[in-house]
Design a binder for this molecule. Structure first.
Ligand SMILES: Cc1cc2nc3c(=O)[nH]c(=O)nc-3n(C[C@H](O)[C@H](O)[C@H](O)COP(=O)(O)OP(=O)(O)OC[C@H]3O[C@@H](n4cnc5c(N)ncnc54)[C@H](O)[C@@H]3O)c2cc1C
Length: 324
């Protein structure tokens, strides 16, 4: 085992996800404290371009497992490929993004390799040679500081914690890792993209969420307009999703997505603990609610006690006026 940090990059058809670049930055800090290097890994099918981009972010090497059998996401195959990459790299720490993909594969890979795994962390640092992680627990009601007993160890880190590394350095070497994939027991025969949001909810700098207070599907229209102005993603409470006003892919919370944007605007959301679980680590929280006693105001940095149908269009008009 080395003192190196290996970051597992994640991509989609449009390229590497922002979290991959953020992991490089986080890993640089850890590597400096641990006296190791930062290496990257990409797995998938036809991922040469991702590997070349990652190689320019300041990492010292990129491991590449490129196999036709990884064209569609199959957890078993990806577990095998990632385990092969990690075995080739022999790092002290592996960093995944705490995205849907990262959470699924990191758990499987940790089990396969019999390593410890700390999930959904919001900070990681080296203290007296040991890795100490910060994890929100009990739906964000408490913060746990977890010390890894030994190395090697795996960690998944929430997106949006640090700025992304730039891919503007000289290219590091690529190392091909051969993988032998067994036929997966479950096979993806077709992937259908249900709805293509303009901004990825998990990586957005600004999220505007609507709850039961938006009163219907059409109530999201002013939120969408403000989202266009702020280049924001749209989130929702479970009440809005359960009512059928917006697709589940927008749900924030315990049974939805976890986001940590720079700015989270909650409109017509009461602030139930299950909702807070998905957004309480946002940097700045703005709550718009008619009820001054709504629990959301307890965690909001800015609270606006008013009707969202007055506030959102006024905010949008003011921002547009400022931009012109
Ligand atoms: C196991 C479990 C898991 C759950 N998982 C999730 C989850 O992942 N995500 C989630 O969100 N919830 C989740 N819930 C549900 C959660 O408990 C709440 O019921 C839900 O978050 C409430 O949504 P809401 O705030 O939109 O609705 P409400 O609680 O009904 O709040 C609506 C708010 O809108 C305000 N309002 C109304 N009209 C206006 C207006 N015109 N202008 C401004 N404000 C207005 C009201 O004052 C009120 O505060 C879960 C529950 C359980 C039991």
């Amino acid at each position: 085992m080395s003192n190196n940090i290996l970051i597992i990059a994640e991509g989609r058809a449009e390229g590497l996800k922002k979290v991959s670049y953020e992991l490089v930055n986080m890993a640089q800090t850890l590597a400096a404290a641990l006296g190791g290097a930062v290496e990257g890994a990409v797995v998938g099918s036809n991922v040469g371009a991702w590997a070349e981009t990652l190689a320019k972010t300041g990492v010292t090497k990129v491991y590449v497992a490129d196999d036709k059998g990884l064209e569609h996401f199959a957890p078993e195959s990806y577990t095998t490929a990632l385990a092969a990459v990690i075995n080739a790299a022999q790092p002290a720490i592996v960093l995944f993004g705490a995205t849907g993909w990262g959470k699924e594969v990191s758990a499987r890979v940790a089990a396969r390799l019999d390593w410890g795994l700390a999930t959904d962390c919001t900070a990681a640092q080296i203290e007296n040679g040991a890795l100490v992680l910060t994890r929100p627990v009990y739906a964000g009601k408490a913060i746990a500081h977890v010390q890894a007993k030994s190395f090697p160890v795996m960690v998944s880190m929430r997106p949006n914690l640090v700025p992304p590394a730039e891919a503007d350095k000289s290219a590091a070497p690529l190392q091909t890792v051969a993988v032998t994939l067994a036929a997966p027991r479950a096979q993806v025969v077709e992937a259908m993209v249900k709805e293509k949001s303009k901004v990825d909810l998990g990586e957005a700098n600004v999220v505007i969420s609507g709850g039961r207070g938006v009163k219907g599907p059409e109530g999201f229209a002013p939120l969408n307009e403000l989202a266009d102005t702020l280049n924001a993603a749209i989130g929702a409470s479970r009440a809005a999703v359960d009512a059928g006003w917006i697709d589940y892919s927008h749900q924030i919370g315990q049974t939805g997505k976890t986001v940590a944007p720079k700015l989270y605007i909650a409109a017509g959301i009461s602030g139930a603990i299950q909702h807070l679980a998905g957004m309480s680590s946002s940097k700045v929280i703005v709550a718009i609610n008619k009820d001054p006693d709504a629990p959301i105001f307890k965690i909001a940095d800015y609270g606006i006690v008013a009707d969202l149908f007055d506030v959102i269009p006024a905010l949008n008009a003011a921002l547009k006026a400022q931009a012109n």
